[in-house]
Design a protein around this ligand. Structure first.
Ligand SMILES: [Zn+2]
Length: 404
């Protein structure tokens, strides 16, 4: 809790939540603080070329693939004090607990704290973990530019004092890691609602992102009879209802759809709208159902446009495949939760996390602890210290089982 409080102090918006985007002075303070905490444990932290902090507790066989645990310390603007931070300080705490108990793991246990998870500055989430596994190359870093000052990610990292040219040497190889465990706040209300202490994550949802444009005819609001209108906004409203209805009809918590942005033109009180653009974000953990529902959604948009005599286009702006985490690790975490008497359920994550990227390389799992009122990415974000303690305990127990 002391470490969580210290990190919360490194914010660009004191009193208005945690604002600690990558490569800012606050991010530097957080990195330096965590590095000092590692050295206080007698360990040697290393910050790689994109800003990921790594720190190894040696084991009996240091050539064997290690176990990694950690999360991220960058935040959104006016974010909370717990998102990413809980899993990051948990990693430090786990190493401290192992040391205090003179536990020498069979293989190295490594802290990994990721940079640029939220994607606030470079419009690319999970940049740090992608760089760690080699999915984000130096060339990618040179073309990806900051939305605040236009500098490239490569240049910004250099100006921050990092050595991005050294990044290729630190790319994690599959032979170096045998498991990744990330503790994270749930950022939703399911655990609190179900009065459960722990979520054992089996899957991370994939997503399709689209921009839809609906075209009608702008006309006088008084002079145009209802039967002769081509109202783009009414068409869009029907489409949005259908997008929601198709997600609801799945009847599973993992299947969701959201229309979060809408623009109406000419957006005048006495003119029939002739142009509406809106986004939709469709997510699921089942890749087949996700693709089928996308096809159903696009067909519904066409059908509604036809009935209402409108034109419609839908353009894909992003896609992420659903990710299955390790069932074996989830079983292990579940066993540990049972042994401690913690209430838990197996569930999915609707949000993406760095562990989704690591899962391409090694068996991976996530442990969720409840978020009060489900609030996250907001100053109100809160998780009770006792809930955090249970989560950290499960990371310790799981790592001891894996490395004992
Ligand atoms: Zn996070």
């Amino acid at each position: 809790m002391r470490r969580i409080e210290r990190l919360a102090g490194f914010t660009a918006t004191p009193g208005k939540g945690s604002t600690r985007t990558t490569y800012t002075p606050e991010f530097r303070q957080a990195l330096d603080f965590l590095s000092r905490e590692c050295r206080a444990l007698g360990l040697d932290p290393v910050v790689d070329g994109i800003g990921n902090l790594r720190c190894r507790l040696p084991g009996r066989d240091n050539a064997a693939p290690g176990v990694m645990t950690g999360s991220h310390i960058d935040t959104v603007i006016h974010g909370g004090d717990y998102d990413g931070v809980v899993g990051s300080v948990a990693a430090l705490e786990v190493l401290a607990v192992l040391q205090e108990n003179r536990f020498v793991p069979a293989v190295p246990v490594e802290i990994v704290i990721f940079a640029e998870e939220e994607g606030v500055t470079f419009d690319l989430s999970l940049a740090g973990s992608k760089a760690l596994v080699g999915r984000m190359t130096l060339a990618d870093m040179k073309v990806r530019t900051s939305n605040t000052d236009g500098r490239s990610l490569y240049q910004t990292a250099r100006d921050f004092g990092l050595d991005p040219d050294g990044l290729p040497q630190s790319v994690l190889r599959p032979a170096e890691v045998s498991a990744m465990i990330e503790l994270h706040i749930e950022q939703s209300i399911a655990l609190e609602h179900d009065l459960l202490q722990i979520g054992v994550i089996e899957k991370i949802a994939g997503s399709f992102n689209y921009v839809v444009e609906v075209f009608g005819t702008a006309n006088h609001a008084g002079a145009t009879p209802m039967r002769l209108r081509r109202d783009a906004l009414v068409g869009a409203a029907l489409m949005i209802q259908e997008i929601e209805a198709l997600a609801r009809a799945e009847g599973r918590d993992e299947a969701v759809a959201t229309v979060g942005r809408l623009a109406v033109a000419p957006n005048a009180a006495n003119v029939i709208p002739n142009h509406v653009s809106f986004t939709f974000d469709l997510r699921d953990t089942d890749p087949d159902r996700m693709a089928e529902r996308l096809a159903e959604t696009l067909a519904a948009l066409d059908r509604i446009a036809q009935v209402r005599r409108l034109d419609v286009t839908a353009r894909r702006t992003g896609t992420n495949a659903p990710i299955a985490l390790s069932g074996i690790l989830a079983d292990l975490v579940e066993d540990c939760a049972k042994a401690r008497g913690y209430s838990y359920k197996r569930m999915h994550s609707g949000a993406l996390h760095d562990t989704a990227v690591l899962a391409e390389l090694a068996p991976s799992c996530m442990i969720f602890v409840p978020s009060r009122d489900g609030r996250s990415h907001a100053p109100e974000e809160f998780t009770d210290p006792e809930e955090i303690r249970r989560g950290v305990q499960l990371v310790v127990d799981t790592i001891v089982k894996l490395t004992g």
